[in-house]
Write a protein that binds this ligand. Structure first.
Ligand SMILES: [Zn+2]
Length: 146
């Protein structure tokens, strides 16, 4: 949407959103209008949401595959087969080194990653005592309270 007048020809920058010229001297030089600024920011928020959704979807796909392995009593699988199933090793929820093993979790399922396969797939045991320690930690950080 170009609406240029002859006077604006000299010193102009362009709107990040629509590419229209922004008249020299405006305080906000990134956008030609509030509409463009809002549109740009809304898209940024939307992109961030989409990125999060994509990550969550990948985690859920991985978790579903691990879940199925547990159901079938398979505790080890090579990475090529996993990849064929849609498993993406980049999406896990935690990592730690256990002795010389690389242990990963995808939510409540844990496994060990070797250069060629995952093994020792098992479900984490969540103890009820964890609830108590959470309460304590909230209590010790009063600023975290709602
Ligand atoms: Zn614009």
């Amino acid at each position: 949407m170009k609406c240029r007048t002859e006077d604006d020809e000299r010193k102009v920058s362009t709107c990040v959103e629509c590419g229209d010229e922004i008249r020299y001297g405006r305080q906000d030089k990134k956008f030609c209008s509030c509409e463009c600024k809002n549109r740009y920011n809304n898209r940024k928020v939307r992109n961030s949401r989409l990125t999060k959704l994509r990550v969550i979807n990948s985690l859920e796909r991985n978790h579903g595959i691990l879940e199925q392995m547990l159901r079938l009593g398979v505790d080890s699988m090579d990475l090529a087969s996993l990849k064929n199933l849609g498993f993406d090793i980049d999406y896990v929820t935690s990592y730690r080194k256990v002795r010389r093993h690389d242990e990963y979790c995808c939510f409540d399922i844990r496994f060990i990653l070797t250069p060629t396969r995952i093994c020792s797939v098992s479900r984490l045991r969540v103890s009820l005592a964890d609830d108590e320690s959470e309460k304590k930690s909230v209590h010790s950080h009063p600023e975290m309270k709602k």
